[in-house]
Design a binder for this molecule. Structure first.
Ligand code: FPP
Length: 229
């Protein structure tokens, strides 16, 4: 969700104003996913690197997350949305952690849309975290080193219980993954748009989905092989 800062700057407003507008775009995107039948949406809300931003911006973002959780969770629950946070959650203050745990517990049985919010998340962190758990399983004698492979390691990765990632969207005109879902994007279709996140709306999401629908996903096979399946 890139571009909040530039969107605010263009309006001569502080960056936090852009993040508030970004929150509205999150709402619109979730509603659009519900309408379009998208089953899983994962948002990159705060990266492990975002702690390096000015303290007041980090503080404003934390406040915005708490307010958003307080205001939106009941409605999301009413829509049948399951909310899950991925990332190193223990770095957040106890109040925010408690709100995140409560939102996850409340919505745990919902099945219409799985909404994953990545906070203090990094793709490399995810891989290291999975490797640590695999090493611990080996140390306990529950897993042989020769049994460690893509499938077994993958089971410890965030979102492992969900279908593989289909479409990765980055807004704000940057052409990088920026340490998001590195393992999970192995076969994802990548879509980049210059639209700044606060301007991302239903039409933007539809364009991304239409672009995705035109792609041929070969997963290492030839086009002819894909055509036969
Ligand atoms: C990146 O834009 C955006 C963020 C670091 C924060 C994302 C947070 C929100 C959209 C708020 C709402 C989220 C939830 C889940 C309630 P940037 O600040 O890097 O923009 P720039 O590239 O223009 O500087």
């Amino acid at each position: 969700m890139d571009g909040n800062g530039r969107w605010a700057k263009a309006r001569h407003r502080p960056r936090s104003f852009g993040h508030s507008a970004g929150r509205k775009a999150v709402r619109e995107t979730v509603e659009c996913c519900l309408r379009e039948g998208v089953e899983v949406l994962t948002l990159f809300a705060f990266s492990s690197e975002n702690w390096q931003r000015p303290q007041d911006e980090v503080g404003a973002l934390m406040e915005l997350f708490v307010r958003a959780l307080d205001k939106e969770v009941d409605e999301l629950h009413g829509y049948g949305v399951r909310v899950r946070f991925i990332g190193a959650l223990q770095a957040f203050d106890e109040l925010l952690q408690q709100r995140m745990r409560a939102a996850m517990a409340k919505t745990a049985d919902n099945q219409r849309l799985q909404l994953n919010i990545a906070v203090n998340y990094g793709g490399r962190w995810d891989i290291v975290h999975a490797a640590q758990q695999a090493a611990a399983a080996v140390a306990r004698g529950e897993l042989g080193v020769e049994e460690l492979n893509e499938a077994s390691l993958g089971r410890w990765m965030s979102l492992a219980d969900l279908p593989p990632l289909d479409l990765f969207i980055r807004t704000g005109g940057e052409y990088r993954l920026s340490n998001f879902l590195l393992w999970q994007t192995a076969y994802a279709e990548l879509y980049f748009t210059d639209t700044l996140w606060p301007d991302f709306d239903q039409a933007s999401l539809r364009s991304a989905i239409e672009d995705y629908a035109r792609r041929e996903r070969r997963f290492g096979r030839t086009g002819a092989q894909v055509a036969r399946t």
